[in-house]
Design a protein. Structure first.
Length: 689
């Protein structure tokens, strides 16, 4: 393979095949090129394709990488395992989960099912889910699993002790419920393989022998559980190559651990480091500004991004009197750029929290600018889709009580809440699964008149289709089932309009279509349970992937923008309490990660970067003065053009009376080093994730 078009550090990363290797890949430095060329180089060295494992975080990234490798190396590359962490974990569990006492066939629960299980466990522990947020409890459980532990109750007197105690009490019941249903959650897909490797060294040896070369993309996003899995797999041969950038570690709130990069040498002794510092995306002005911001982080691996594209337009720093003025000006600048010939696809407006988009949308509409807000509800969150999937889950696994309760009266068949409450109580007394209790409903004397017969009809329906689905022809049977229960007619009847009814019918049709595609791909191997597990994995792995429509300006959070790029980028709300944020949903502030987030936002821009802030914002009906972000003070003055839409109404000295930067530094100095108080931020209920 010709490596002459790679720069020297890229070539070094490709040619270093033995032993631990950390490729520090700065923003826009061509990391995907390095990974794909490295795989092809291993194949050229006669390494069998089945001995190579490359893992990343999204299906999109994995499939694109696989396409590139096959294009470069031909059919011999088809045997390379290129997948997400979760998909790889699922493959391990498919063979070996029974070693942990789970059934051989298992289901993967989605987030909605997890929350339902948490609520059920809270009810059993007599904990009010109106007082304690079940989503927050689930988050604590997930974080504990990701760190390789169980949720621990904090000692009395420590902040957050109550919610920590709830998670501690709920966790055993939550895990027990998963096991009873023969199900695992997404964290288990990572944690359980490591547990199997620890308890069964022969299984670990089997996988280590097969996968002799391991590569990890976006290594800065790995958590403790993923690190443990990598170390198990690489224990014997130590050929572990990780590619990532500690300066882009922005997901600590979901378990990402920046120390996995910072401590690489101690985690993988004898490792080599290669730095990719040449940026192929942005001009040098943008990179100099971004470097100046990120260099202030105290704990990082030193690197400085550079570009062959010297110069470029200076960065625009705009101060507006209010958030409305800020949005109005941004919308006008977007419109002007489009009129001057820039495609809408090449423009993005990035913000810290979703709530910031409201005024931006209003003024873009006013100027007739087509835009798309990325981060809305996903297709698989639609009610009708979830209902159809719940039917699939029950047919594949009648022990799935969450799905069972969802569909038992959907569409309505006269099985009400009173019936299900009494039947559930009876099932607990008799220590039988709910589906079995439905089949024995005639034994439950407290049920309303006629309920036992209706439950019997429902059980017969499910059993009949279970037998049918086991023989294949999944999409045809789905149409039969939905027609028999008049599912689409019921969905249309519940819609507020004919158009809404059509959308519901189309959503159901899309599910059947996805099932048909799966059947064509898998042939005789197609099964309902495998389809459901693939669906869960695909939905989970791609939930961070934006699905953008052509010809529109992109509006999205800074977190969502990672990995993307545009010619013109607006970063709005660059203020203290927003960027850096004062702490999301009760979380403590993390100034170092916020600085990394600012760096990520700045390096999304190829040609031009505009950073804006408002001098005042409305919070709970009051107009409050805003302080410029400390990150603005780190950008050298000579790299910036300052736009002041009006004098900042916060008292002397005003920005008009002295330079923007000296005023900014005076403001920050007068506050010493600002320590951001938790919970003081704007729009704390808005989430960016």
């Amino acid at each position: 393979m010709d490596l002459s078009h790679l720069n020297p550090p890229q070539r070094s990363a490709v040619l270093t095949t033995e032993g631990p290797l950390l490729v520090l890949a700065g923003a826009g430095s061509g990391k995907t090129r390095v990974i794909t060329h490295r795989i092809c180089h291993l194949l050229d060295k006669k390494v069998p394709a089945r001995s190579i494992l490359a893992v990343t975080f999204t299906n999109k990234a994995a499939s694109e990488m696989k396409e590139r490798v096959v294009h470069m190396a031909g059919q011999r590359a088809l045997g390379v395992t290129l997948s997400t962490f979760h998909a790889f974990g699922a493959e391990v569990l498919k063979e070996h989960l029974s070693k942990l006492g789970w059934p051989k066939k298992f289901a993967i629960v989605d987030t909605g099912d997890q929350i339902a299980l948490v609520r059920r466990a809270m009810k059993e522990r007599q904990i009010d889910d109106k007082v304690f947020d079940s989503r927050k409890v689930l988050t604590l459980i997930s974080r504990a699993k990701s760190s390789g532990t169980e949720p621990q109750a904090k000692p009395d007197g420590e902040e957050g002790e109550d919610i920590e105690l709830v998670a501690h009490l709920v966790f055993p019941l939550y895990q027990l419920a998963l096991k009873a249903q023969g199900a695992v959650d997404f964290d288990d897909l990572i944690v359980f393989p490591s547990r199997i490797f620890e308890k069964h060294p022969e299984v670990k040896e089997q996988f280590a022998k097969r996968f002799r070369y391991i590569m990890v993309d976006e290594y800065q996003d790995t958590n403790k559980a993923q690190l443990d899995l990598l170390r198990h797999l690489g224990d014997s041969h130590r050929n572990v190559c990780v590619v990532g950038d500690d300066d882009q570690c922005i997901y600590s709130w979901r378990g990402a651990e920046v120390r996995n990069i910072l401590d690489f040498e101690s985690l993988f002794p004898g490792g080599k480091e290669v730095r990719l510092e040449q940026n192929y995306r942005s001009n040098q002005v943008i990179l100099d500004a971004a470097n100046s911001v990120i260099e202030k982080n105290p704990d990082r691996r030193a690197k400085r991004m550079w570009s062959e594209v010297k110069g470029g337009p200076r960065i625009t720093l705009c101060t507006a009197p209010s958030e409305e003025d800020e949005a109005r000006w941004v919308a006008s600048e977007v419109k002007r750029a489009i009129v001057e010939g820039l495609s809408s696809d090449e423009i993005a407006i990035l913000y810290r929290v979703n709530g910031q988009s409201r005024f931006l949308e209003e003024f873009l509409r006013e100027r007739e600018v087509r835009y798309e807000v990325i981060g809305g509800s996903e297709f698989f969150d639609l009610r009708e889709v979830k209902d159809v999937i719940a039917y699939f889950r029950v047919i594949a696994n009648p022990k799935d009580e969450i799905s069972l309760l969802r569909i038992v009266n959907t569409p309505a068949r006269g099985i009400g809440d009173v019936t299900m409450e009494r039947l559930t109580g009876w099932a607990l007394e008799q220590k039988v699964h709910l589906f079995e209790a439905m089949g024995r409903a005639a034994e439950v004397e407290t049920l309303p008149k006629g309920a036992a017969e209706k439950l019997g009809e429902f059980v017969a329906l499910i059993e009949r289709y279970r037998k049918a689905f086991n023989k294949g022809n999944l999409s045809h049977l789905t149409r039969e089932l939905l027609a028999e229960i008049q599912f689409i007619d019921s969905a249309r009847a519940s819609a507020p309009s004919l158009a809404a009814g059509d959308r519901k019918a189309k959503a159901v049709a899309h599910v059947i279509q996805s099932l048909e595609v799966y059947e064509k791909r898998e042939g005789k191997k197609a099964s309902l349970l495998t389809y459901l597990n693939r669906l869960s994995l695909d939905t989970k792995s791609d939930e961070e992937e934006p699905h953008h429509q052509a010809g529109r300006v992109t509006l999205m959070t800074l977190h969502g923008a990672k990995g993307l790029e545009w010619k013109l980028v607006f970063m709005v709300g660059v203020e203290e309490d927003l960027l850096p944020h004062s702490g999301m949903q009760g979380e403590l502030p993390n100034p170092e990660e916020e600085r990394r987030l600012c760096y990520v936002g700045m390096t999304r821009a190829r040609d031009r970067l505009v950073m804006t802030r408002a001098a005042t914002r409305i919070k709970r009906g009051k107009e409050l003065a805003r302080t410029p972000s400390r990150f603005l003070a780190d950008i050298p003055e000579q790299l910036c053009d300052v736009v002041e839409l009006a004098a900042i109404p916060v008292g002397p000295p005003t920005v008009k009376e002295q330079s923007f930067f000296s005023a900014l530094r005076d403001r920050l100095k007068s506050e010493k080093e600002p320590v951001v108080a938790a919970g003081s931020g704007l729009d704390s209920q808005s989430t960016d994730r």
